[in-house]
Ligand binder design. Structure first.
Ligand code: FAD
Length: 317
């Protein structure tokens, strides 16, 4: 079922999860263990992130360096298949522009469609580890809106190979990213929302937000989107902060603010366990407030300490 249908048909608030594929060389069992423990909460769909290959220099035996391309977390398509197979839950693969040609993207979409996947979150991706700014693949896309356009095209049977006539029309529901505290490259929130609107005009049907730790950011964002005639679902992305290190790591990776009250409490905490308790209570309060405001779905970034999210869900539902 499509993400938009899950939201439309829900009689009570629903939840969704986001997971990362395991690092190359690791098995899928630890991921299954995490997901097994979420089954009781009946997630409506599970997002699986996509990770671009990185260019690294490796020292050879002769002392020279060679450039190698390494994808540390492959397997998004396979994990989607495993989720559908094991849990009978809809999987939402993330597709990114960075590092992919349009043809590679098309082939991945064809594989996903064969597997019965009917949802895709279309993203630009970040700059490669060796780049300061994002650079598009020579035959790829510069912005997520271009990727949305390609998927919408495939939904109409338009393929990259122009000699395919009357091609099979795919049937993907397309989601895109939104940033309540604005995307870090954007000069201001209004400009960011202007480009969000472009993604929607090109076919996006819902938005999943970057994590936020102050609900007011989300409420203001939704209001601004509605004022700009964006009327599709805006799914709030949520993550617990569970240790002191995250106070600097999370803002530097995700470009989001941590509220003073939360950072103060964590800095004053005496033990790791106390930090986890504070993070859990903060997330629980965020969720309760969102549900009270009528938000129909909560999306959880499960990386890190999934048991904290489980504890929160147990208290919510
Ligand atoms: P875009 O929508 O293309 O926007 C990027 C920037 O360009 C913004 O500042 C926007 O305002 C601006 N912009 C857009 N269009 C134009 C235009 N025409 N002209 C000028 N400026 C423009 N990354 C991964 O690598 N893998 C993942 O699985 C992944 N999952 C994510 C899931 C969620 C819910 C979120 C919120 C982010 C995720 N990311 C992931 C991170 C994401 O790839 C980065 O945040 C990336 O920097 C931007 O992606 P985007 O799709 O928002 O880009």
């Amino acid at each position: 079922m499509k993400v938009t249908e899950h939201i439309k048909q829900a009689k009570k608030p629903i939840i969704s999860l986001e997971i990362l594929p395991p690092a190359k060389g690791k098995g899928i069992d630890s991921l299954f263990k995490v997901l097994d423990s979420f089954v009781e909460f009946k997630p409506s769909f599970i997002n699986v992130t996509y990770h671009r290959a990185e260019q690294l220099f490796k020292k050879r035996a002769d002392g020279n360096f060679e450039r190698v391309e390494i994808r540390k977390r492959p397997g998004t398509v396979g994990i989607c298949a495993a989720i559908i197979n094991r849990y009978n839950v809809d999987a939402v693969p993330h597709m990114i522009c960075g590092g992919f040609s349009k043809e590679e993207t098309e082939n991945a979409l064809i594989d996903l469609h064969y597997l019965g996947v009917r949802n895709v979150l279309a993203l630009r991706g970040d700059a490669a580890a060796n780049e300061k700014f994002f650079t598009a693949h020579p035959n790829g896309h510069r912005y997520a809106e271009d990727l949305v356009g390609q998927i919408t095209g495939l939904n109409k049977g338009i393929y990259q190979e122009s000699d395919i006539i009357d091609g099979l029309q795919s049937d993907f529901c397309i989601g895109v990213a939104g940033y309540p505290e604005k995307h870090f490259e954007s000069p201001n929130l209004d400009t960011d929302i202007h480009f969000l609107k472009k993604k929607i005009e090109l076919g996006a049907e819902y938005v999943t937000t970057q994590m936020f730790f102050e609900n007011q950011h989300y409420y203001n964002y939704v209001q601004k989107c509605r004022e700009n005639n964006i009327d599709i679902p805006i799914i709030p992305g949520l993550k617990p902060i569970t240790n002191k290190k995250q106070l600097s790591i999370v803002p530097s990776i995700f470009n989001v603010d941590i509220p003073l009250a939360l950072s103060k409490e964590l800095l004053n905490a005496k033990t790791d366990q106390a930090c986890e308790q504070i993070g859990e209570e903060w997330l629980l309060a965020q969720c309760r407030d969102l549900l009270k405001s009528g938000t129909p779905i909560l999306h959880f970034y499960t990386l890190g300490k999934p048991h904290i999210i489980e504890n929160v869900l147990r208290q919510l539902f």
